[in-house]
Design a protein around this ligand. Structure first.
Ligand SMILES: [Zn+2]
Length: 444
């Protein structure tokens, strides 16, 4: 948080100010501690997240324009609820504050009297402040240091945190223009719990547009292979009349029991992973050990299975796909070769037989024939000849009709020198032909 706030201040050409909440121990043992020990304790308390400290943030970076978020409701009438976003407009320093500059960051000895926050979209105005600017003053709340011993501390600070990042819990129900999501809790081989699954769902569904969502690191398949959530699925079945209330309750109880008795394999090498190709081909066993994917260690599991995401395929399926790809490539080359040797009728027939569509040149204003759907451009010798000859005959003007182009090409060929006539090209246009012809596809 400090680094982000600092980068923000540097980018804005401002100096970062930092104010820290004040913790007063309420327990006698803590109060009687020597100053150094109490300070050490206070430093530890400042590391607690605001959810544990009655939503009073431990520290607030102060930079004009810094995005902030409310950690608790401060004014219901003005819709300033928890989670509302705003920007720091300014602050009123404490009259007795002392400033200490460390590494170009100003640490304030006292909390500011007021932090003015601008809430975009607000229509209200408070006194002579600009529209939508609200003065936030420090609050004091008591929080539990230790739930077992009931040791309490009173903290004075602000219900404000910088809004650079958020937990899945906090962001629930909100829509974002863009998001960076990290759905890995600890490790990509973590056992997927219902909580992790729901958190991942919340994170991945916040951005309004799919192309504005970035996933920070690969996550394990197990996260989304848990099947439908038990409760909602049984509820739907019950509402559809497929289950009686008693049956639904029994199904829920038995599934809960099964889940609690189930032992989850923690060693990734002993787990099974799903081959997507086998799954799509509806093979009986699409869950396979990592060795069948060519992975013989955790690192290889990451590279060969996790990193592939939904495209993870076992070695047998990969080999089959490669074989088919080679076969398809061979057929394409054969087609291109025939296409160059044979006449137009044969080409059209052959193209339709293989499912490739060859477009006419009229629309593209070129004489290039293109095998559509394959992504491969097929240039026949005739096409290249016609194109080059037409361009030289027309001084660069392109023809709109292939028939015209061919007749001009014929005329151009008949006037060629004997050595050039063999290939049908004029000597001075050879170089250009080579440049526009895809080398692997022509005339094989
Ligand atoms: Zn497979």
């Amino acid at each position: 948080m400090m680094l982000r706030a600092r980068d923000f201040a540097t980018a804005r050409g401002q100096r970062l100010h930092w104010c820290v909440a004040r913790d007063i121990p309420l327990h006698r043992d803590d109060r009687d501690l020597p100053a150094a020990e109490l300070d050490a304790k206070r430093s530890k308390w400042l590391l607690r997240p605001d959810q544990n400290t009655a939503h009073v943030a431990s520290s607030v970076p102060l930079v004009k324009g810094l995005p902030v978020r409310l950690t608790d409701c401060i004014n219901r009438r003005r819709f300033l609820f928890r989670g509302r976003r705003g920007y720091i407009h300014g602050w009123a320093p404490h009259p007795l504050e002392e400033r200490q500059v460390v590494d170009d960051v100003v640490f304030l000895s006292r909390l500011p009297q007021t932090i003015y926050v601008h809430f975009p979209g607000a229509t209200w105005q408070i006194e002579d402040l600009p529209q939508g600017v609200y003065p936030i003053t420090p609050v004091s709340r008591t929080w539990l240091v230790n739930k077992r011993t009931k040791v309490k501390v009173r903290r004075t600070g602000f219900f404000l945190v910088p809004d650079f990042a958020s937990t899945a819990h906090m962001i629930q129900g909100q829509s974002l223009e863009a998001a960076f999501a990290d759905v890995v809790v600890k490790d990509i081989f973590d056992v997927a719990t219902e909580e992790a699954f729901v958190m991942a769902y919340v994170m991945l569904s916040r951005a309004k547009f799919l192309h504005q969502l970035w996933i920070m690191q690969p996550f394990g398949q197990q996260l989304f292979l848990r099947g439908p959530p038990l409760g909602p699925e049984l509820l739907l079945k019950k509402l559809r009349g497929e289950l009686s209330p008693k049956e639904a309750q029994e199904a829920f109880d038995s599934a809960e029991r099964a889940a609690s008795n189930q032992t989850v394999e923690k060693d990734p090498m002993k787990r099974k992973f799903r081959c997507t190709a086998c799954f799509l081909m509806r093979r009986k066993s699409c869950e396979k050990p990592p060795q069948t994917f060519g992975a013989f260690s955790s690192t290889e599991i990451f590279e060969k299975i996790t990193y592939q995401g939904a495209w993870a395929r076992c070695l047998a399926c990969t080999e089959l796909a490669d074989q088919r790809r080679r076969e398809l490539e061979r057929r394409r080359r054969e087609l291109a070769s025939r296409h160059c040797r044979q006449g137009p009728q044969y080409r059209a027939h052959n193209a339709s037989a293989t499912g490739l569509e060859i477009s006419s040149c009229g629309k593209q204003s070129t004489t290039m024939l293109r095998a559509q759907g394959s992504g491969v451009q097929v240039w026949s010798a005739t096409c290249v000849e016609a194109f080059v000859a037409a361009r030289s005959a027309n001084s660069g003007r392109r023809c709109r009709n292939i028939a015209t182009v061919r007749s001009r090409a014929k005329n151009a060929r008949s006037s060629c020198a004997p050595s050039a006539a063999r290939c049908g090209l004029q000597p001075n246009t050879r170089r250009r032909t080579a440049a526009i012809t895809p080398p692997t596809k022509r005339g094989r």
